[in-house]
Design a protein around this ligand. Structure first.
Ligand SMILES: C[S@@+](CC[C@H](N)C(=O)[O-])C[C@H]1O[C@@H](n2cnc3c(N)ncnc32)[C@H](O)[C@@H]1O
Length: 252
């Protein structure tokens, strides 16, 4: 609890006013990730392996961008920093603990950018959402990874729409399609890692609830799929666990 409070307080002045409301989510994720480290390890390894396999045969390795870099738990950041001249991390929040870890590791070619990658504001204003278009201005871009971000974009958009009494399903699907298409239209190799389905499962293995985390958007063709025990037994309930289905899709 004390470490969480310190991380929160240390991150506050490093985060712009627009994104400070997301610090709590990142600190909660940080705590949950350490509590669930054993259960999440295979998912994190699978995510890292997918990104490493996506860059294995790249001819040029100048700039890599990681979208939804978060805690860097499912991102092979040391390998990316060794492989590329520059690595750019993009997220709503970069926790003070993550920034300190990067400094301690001496990863001096890693930059952090705070940015909303959802396109939600444009969509709501009736404009075309182009949240990944800024990547076209990044010089010498050779690789972009989307690291377990897409379902979180949907979650945030759904919460904001429901809070204002608007239907969420179609706008959230549209934002998911925008992210998938935006990645596929970039002029470089991309690797999308995202959870696509939620399942609530009891101790006997019976599934009680399930839903589509992309809200009807079609997942892209993918080369790998696995389960992520995102809420193991005992984390929220002694009787139920939550498992997400995750895919890795490489393009370009
Ligand atoms: C499940 S976490 C990803 C974990 C991260 N890849 C890691 O290795 O720890 C989702 C991440 O997406 C970020 N995120 C959620 N909505 C976002 C948005 N609209 N724009 C940018 N980042 C967002 C969160 O802050 C969080 O860091």
């Amino acid at each position: 609890m004390i470490l969480e409070a310190l991380n929160y307080l240390a991150t506050w002045p490093l985060t712009t006013a627009d994104h400070r409301s997301s610090i709590r989510y990142s600190v909660n994720l940080w705590s949950r990730a350490s509590r669930c480290a054993k259960d999440w390890a295979a998912h994190e390894d699978n995510s890292k392996r997918a990104m490493l396999s996506a860059i294995a045969d790249l001819k040029q390795t100048r700039t890599a961008v990681v979208l939804g870099s978060g805690l860097l738990r499912d991102v092979p950041i040391v390998e990316l920093a060794k492989t590329f001249d520059t690595v750019v991390l993009v997220d709503l929040v970069h926790l003070a603990s993550v920034r300190a870890w990067l400094r301690i590791k001496g990863l001096h070619n890693v930059r952090s950018i705070e940015r909303d990658l959802s396109g939600f504001d444009a969509l709501i204003a009736g404009r075309e959402a182009q949240p990944l278009d800024f990547l076209r201005q990044v010089p010498y871009l050779d690789f972009v990874a989307s690291a377990n971000l897409l379902s979180q974009i949907g979650r945030g958009a759904k919460r904001r729409l429901e809070a204002s009494g608007q239907p969420a399903m179609e706008p959230v699907a549209q934002l998911a399609r925008t992210h998938i298409d935006g990645l596929q239209n970039l002029p470089c190799r991309t690797c999308l890692i995202t959870d696509i389905a939620y399942g609530l499962i009891d101790r006997t293995g019976q599934q009680h609830e399930s839903f589509d985390l992309l809200y009807g958007a079609e997942p892209p063709m993918h080369s790998a799929q696995w389960d992520w025990p995102v809420v193991p037994l005992g984390e929220e309930s002694p009787d139920y666990r939550i498992v997400h289905t995750v895919i890795a899709a490489i393009h370009g």
